[in-house]
Write a protein that binds this ligand. Sequence first.
Ligand code: FDA
Length: 505
Amino acid sequence: LSTPSLATSDGYGFIQCLTHKIPGELIVTPGSSNFTSVLVSTSKNSNFLTNTTVKPICIVTVADASHAQAAVVCGRQNGVRLRVRSGGHDYEGLSYRSARAEVFAVVDLANLRAITVSADEECGPTAWVDSGATVGQLYYTIAKTNPELGFPAGECPTLGVGGHFSGGGIGMMMRRHGLAVDHVIDAKLVNADGELLDRATMGEDLFWAIRGGGGESFGIVLSWKVGLVKVPPTVTMFRIPRTLEQGAADIVTKWQVVGATLLPRDINMMVILQGQQAVFQALYLGRCDEILPTIASLLPELNATESDCNEMTWLEAMAFIGFRGNTNTTALLDRNIGYNAFFKVKSDYVRHAIDKEVWPEIFNWFSMNGSGFVMLEPHGGVIGTIPAGATPYPHRSGVLYIIQYIAPWPAGDDGSTARNWVRDFYNFMGQYVTKSPREAYINFRDLDIGENKVVNDVSVFGSSKVWGKKYFGGNFKRLAKVKGMVDPTDYFRNEQSIPPLLQGY
Ligand code: FDA
């Protein structure tokens, strides 16, 4: 397909073209009474819903594969780019807004949310899950079909499968089972020519790239086939707060190594730092009495006791994690529940434990104006044993933990104090985290680390390395080569999409 005048289209021809190919009620334009409600329906960062936000010329609420194919064909013919949205959790809002002046439409997959669990003869238990499903729906459907099965993915139940899997998918079972994408065994994708492909027809290079190379770059992934994992009938959740007076700084110092390298793979203990306290939240895949002696011997400073144990089913644990201690599992099906705020996020990885003397200084940052909170999630275990090139997610062997810095602010505030806080804190942390590149996680999207430069309507590889190496390390060039093969004119793109690297480089 050729792509005429992508820079100058007004979108009229696109909507005309679509009207001939898909039911009119699936095309939501700014003139439609429900435009704003559909636009904000799954958006998680209210920061990008202002009058000055560059919004889509229409939202295509696809209900099957042919609608997504029509959107690509009409987009290419009429000079309109597409942004794909599954769950709307992109931290920079790139699934429904553009950071630059651009004519684009949103392909919204929220109504494409079927999940089919089956016992595959070759691969064991599997599920086909549509991109518009949330991970909460996935967990619920799997466990209701067979309570002995689960899936390792993110902690927030409303995460869209489409964007979440596209960037990797870290979660509370990653030390035991790796990332969500480590379990993807097939996928259905609409490419830049509007063709519907599966693993066999897309080929292994493209199949590799979509399992962690970030959303938007390679096409519209409509559904994913994943291998499911066994979970025990009873798991244990811990949520143990410790203040600085109770030794939080010393416990975190020791946790850095213990959490990633000494605790067994069946336990994942993350830490949330806020104010002058650290909350140690852990999921153990087994009963309390099986793990408590190990925690007591490896991290005695935490002083974990039986009263800190909450035994429950794996599905209840997914609710407990998502809803901060509430185990109402049917709430996992609610797409509108949970985090919805104004915020800015940044990320780092730590490969060498930060010295004990530094932690009190780090805690100081949480008493400053605009301060938010930080989540530390241990790696090690299975996630560290998978080679860095097996999927585009390179942060594997040797990583102790990932840091997620989160700076929220209330409605009515312009956010500058919180944003300054998180940027200053990130600058301060530069001396203690990975360097050359300073690693970052694509799913914790951060436009501060760089944006694509576009020359002759194509994103340029050279300048993209600034952010690309941070997200993908040595995998960035391979991703760019795949992009060069499957979308050389750069139809699918956003401010941080993979740029095409053409043969010969
Ligand atoms: P959204 O629809 O906004 O898409 C994100 C990106 O992927 C966009 O660039 C979009 O164009 C593209 N995209 C979406 N669907 C696509 C498709 N079907 N095909 C191709 N491209 C597609 N991460 C994590 O690993 N573990 C966690 O526990 C959490 N927790 C968490 C909590 C909260 C409250 C938020 C807001 C975010 C997280 N995340 C996370 C980050 C999350 O994984 C990341 O934002 C995902 O991209 C979200 O996917 P959605 O489909 O919801 O977003």
